[in-house]
Design a protein around this ligand. Structure first.
Ligand SMILES: *Cc1c(COP(=O)(O)O)cnc(C)c1O
Length: 383
């Protein structure tokens, strides 16, 4: 059972039918957001609304799939929130936590978004799909497409690290290598999608990957006893996870599950590709595309994001900030997370620790605050 009612444009507010395959708003080309009947859901007890599956489907009432039979799952979500005791001691922080997303199927949090997007695509009768990916999204989409029995084409930059490519192929997707970046892959994927009527799974160009990623927000709240942390540090590419968590916090506040205290949201990017940091510092509502994007953190190599204004809004409304760290800093922090906590993080996860150190030294974060770092994937695919 779901409380899903309709979709709504995130910029102009125009409503859309949720029970047909939809992409972006036909008026302003911005992301559509899923809306739920939260007034009715509020009347039910939290304990009755949350299931007991050890996966993100425990929050099914607030996810878009209508019929349980359409759920395509590999056990995604409900990842551990680990107390980083040794790192915390070194930094003088007693309440430092790591949300360990590399334990998801296909070893990254992309599984969350794609499990929900592919389930819903299956439910709405989609047969063929396309996705541009700089790394983890392709493998996750391939896994769920295979499990659903749907056809998937993945468009990747020619210089994508080999394990990402091998994973997509092993999971049965057809891969096309494109000269250029994720934005060029997106353009090519969209062109063919339009020509052949394939469904485009690009981040924030279909409404339900966001719903999958928002479950990180629900989980954090549940795992922290319904008291959200003071600060969340998030490695931001297309921003789906950050925007999704912010949406989850708003929904939970409306449901009466949490109080008004929301975390300060911190965007971390690499100095080699930091369009959101630049826009945040310049006080802009939208970001201009980054030229010559370069970083070892494949998931952060996103020069332009359709959801840019949603990321910037969430950061500002939360009283958060945006910060860029160098590739050397993020790789060093990645290694430190490994040595100190036994987590072989992806470079993106390393970036969150690098950012924490800067913000701590600047006094922007106090040592006794409750801080959550997101390790969004495994380091193994970057070797
Ligand atoms: C995609 C990706 C990111 C960026 O996620 P967004 O929610 O799109 O900003 C960060 N880390 C890893 C490992 C990724 O694969």
């Amino acid at each position: 059972m779901t409380f899903l009612t309709h979709l709504e444009c995130s910029l102009c507010g125009r409503p859309y039918d949720a029970d047909r395959p939809q992409q972006t708003c036909s008026t302003c080309n911005r992301p559509l957001l899923a809306r739920y009947e939260l007034e009715s859901a509020r009347r039910l007890e939290r304990e009755r609304l949350i299931g007991n599956e050890p996966s993100l489907w425990r929050y099914r009432a607030l996810l878009p799939v209508r019929d349980e039979a359409h759920i395509v799952s590999l056990g995604e979500g409900f990842t551990p929130l680990l107390h980083a005791r040794r790192l915390g001691e070194r930094l003088g922080m007693p309440y430092l936590y790591i949300k360990e997303e590399s334990l998801n199927p296909t070893a990254s949090f992309k599984a969350r978004g794609l499990a929900v997007a592919v389930s819903r695509a299956l439910e709405l009768g989609v047969r063929e799909m396309v996705i541009p990916s700089a790394g983890n999204a392709g493998g996750a989409a391939a896994a769920y497409a295979a499990r659903a029995g749907l056809r998937l084409r993945v468009f990747m930059p020619r210089d994508v690290p080999a394990p990402f490519l091998a994973e997509c192929r092993a999971l049965g997707a057809e891969v096309t290598l494109v000269d250029g970046l994720i934005t060029d892959c997106g353009r090519e994927a969209r062109r063919l999608a339009q020509e052949f009527g394939w469904f485009d799974l690009s981040t924030l160009r279909e409404p339900y990957r966001l719903e999958g990623k928002k479950t990180m927000g629900y989980e954090l709240a549940e795992q922290m006893g319904w008291r959200l942390p003071d600060v969340i540090i998030y490695p931001t590419g297309g921003g789906t996870g950050l925007v999704g968590m912010w949406k989850a916090f708003a929904e939970m506040a409306e449901l009466g599950w949490i109080d008004e205290h929301c975390p300060r949201m911190v965007v971390v990017q690499s100095e080699g590709c930091a369009p959101m940091v630049r826009a945040f510092q310049a006080g802009e509502e939208f970001a201009t595309p980054w030229e010559n994007a370069q970083t070892v953190a494949a998931g952060l190599r996103v020069p332009a994001a359709v959801g840019d204004f949603l990321i910037l809004r969430a950061v500002r409304e939360s009283g958060g900030t945006a910060i860029a760290v160098s590739d050397e800093m993020l790789v060093e922090a990645q290694m430190e997370m490994g040595r100190m906590e036994g987590i072989f993080a992806c470079p993106e996860g390393g970036a969150t620790l690098a950012a924490l150190k800067v913000l701590l030294s600047e006094g922007w974060i106090a040592p006794d605050e409750r801080v959550v770092l997101f390790n969004t994937g495994s380091g193994l695919k970057y070797l």
